[in-house]
Design a protein around this ligand. Structure first.
Ligand code: UDX
Length: 437
């Protein structure tokens, strides 16, 4: 089948590449000429483990192409995916200008029946707006379908190739058939394609991400309570997570969620609810708690240094919002670094992938280390912000030799309490007892 994907950002590129991998011919369209030139030269423009092999193979085998020309790109396409940015507008609601501009441009150039698919995360009612924008100038029949993505950065290829489920909001049987054929190869293991009306599909994406953000935030509040009551959040997590109604995943307490999806989607759903005259109280609390959680380790850090961080050097391990990505959007590390600098501290940071991106934010205001041990040299304390595997089993004698004080503030609960006790580190984590404090 011939497919076009408009927008070659993270979602567009993963979507296009994975559809090419199952034998479709995919043309990706983007207005950014430099990007398209790079992609045509087989230079991948995003960091996503496992994607490059598929990307390179499908270009080589002629199934994956890139162009800036929308008309050329959609020629012969049975399905056109819209994978365009929907940044939060000033009031927190998703800004649809990119999606609606492409919809307007598509109207006059569609040549035969086409299924237009909203892949971007868009508020309920967007498909209707896209439909109207295309219909204004369309000469042929078409359907607008909602097919939200559930890709996690770092494992997006796996999530795409073996999805838990595929959600499709479609109003016509014709569109449903086209989508069912396209997704057939991805659900062979028996996972479902769930068909529904368009509005329910649009809401499903927001509901899923907001629920997961709420699940994490709930555990973060349990962790904060554990600290006050002398309980251990890791034990509580195991105790509750084995109840299959609750489930083991997404129960890890830490210094808050970040990334390009959860913060934006929770905010957008709260805003949508508000516009529908509904006060979604839980979501407002989730946003408030998560904001505070990101700075959860600052107070104990200040207290350790008698409320004076001026002139102190803090080593930071981890800058990305989570491991296996270079994405720093809404990353807790950034807020902590800003806070530390405002309190007069110096920062030495290390991340396996995200340093270039952070250089764009802080420039020479902080020191970017060669590796995790270099970050510790002459530092007064270590703070851990991201659970990269390389931080899980460091050589503690090297850590001790470089740090001025044997103290770790761990926002991701990487180490066993017993081990820290034995090694003699002062160890603050989230929702657990303070060791040697
Ligand atoms: C998320 C959704 O999982 C995905 O389905 C959606 O389409 C896009 O948003 P992503 O943002 O890539 O994916 O990351 P994810 O792995 O879901 O983690 C989100 C955030 O939650 C991270 O900041 C992570 O550190 C945090 N998190 C996750 C926790 O704090 N505890 C957990 O138990 C799980």
């Amino acid at each position: 089948m011939k497919i076009a994907v408009v927008g070659t950002g993270y979602v567009g590129l993963v979507t296009g590449t994975c559809f090419a991998e199952t034998g479709n011919h995919v043309t990706c369209v983007d207005i950014d000429e430099k990007k398209v030139q790079m992609l045509n030269n087989k230079q991948i423009t995003i960091y996503e483990p496992g994607l490059e092999v598929l990307f390179e193979r499908n270009i080589r085998q002629g199934r994956l192409e890139f162009t800036t020309d929308l008309k050329e790109g959609i020629k012969g396409a049975k399905i056109i995916f819209l994978a365009l940015p929907t940044p939060p507008g000033e009031d927190g609601s998703a800004d649809l200008k990119y999606v609606l501009k492409v919809a307007e441009d598509l109207g006059p150039i569609l040549e035969e029946y086409t299924v237009i698919v909203d892949k971007s995360t868009v508020p309920v009612g967007t498909a209707d707006k896209v439909h109207a924008a295309i219909a204004a100038n369309a000469k042929v029949d078409f359907d607008v379908v909602s097919n939200p993505e559930f890709l996690r950065e770092g494992v997006a290829v796996d999530d795409f190739m073996k999805p838990d489920r595929v959600v499709i909001g479609a109003e016509s049987d014709k569109a449903k058939k086209v989508m069912e054929k396209l997704y057939g190869p991805f659900v062979r293991q028996g996972n479902p394609i769930i068909f529904m009306d368009v509005k329910s599909a649009e809401l499903t994406k927001y509901a899923a991400n907001s629920f997961l953000a709420t699940k994490i935030t709930f555990m973060n509040e349990i962790a904060n309570l554990c600290e006050l009551l002398g309980a251990d959040v890791d034990m509580v997590r195991k105790g509750v997570g084995t109840d299959t109604r609750i489930g083991k995943r997404f129960l890890f307490a830490g210094i808050g969620y970040g990334g390009s999806c959860f913060p934006k989607d929770v905010q957008a759903l709260a805003k949508s609810a508000n516009q529908a005259d509904y006060d979604f109280k839980i979501l407002n609390s989730v946003m408030e708690v998560n904001q505070a959680q990101k700075e959860r380790l600052i107070d104990p850090l200040k207290a350790y240094f008698n409320n004076d961080l001026s002139g102190k050097t803090i080593a930071i391990w981890g800058l990305a919002f989570k491991p296996y990505t270079d994405d720093i959007r809404e990353a807790p590390a950034l807020e902590n670094i800003s806070k530390l600098l405002s309190l007069g501290a110096k920062v030495k940071a290390y991340d396996p992938e995200a340093m270039e991106n952070v250089k764009g934010v802080f420039g020479d205001k902080i020191y970017f280390a060669e590796d995790e041990y270099d970050a510790l040299k002459d530092a007064d304390a270590l703070m851990i912000m991201t659970e990269w595997p390389v931080f899980r089993t460091p050589e503690f004698d090297k850590v001790e030799a470089r740090l001025k004080n044997k103290v770790i503030f761990d926002g991701r609960n990487l180490y066993e309490l017993g081990q820290m006790e034995e090694l003699g580190f002062t160890y603050h984590s989230i929702g657990r007892k303070i060791i040697n404090g």
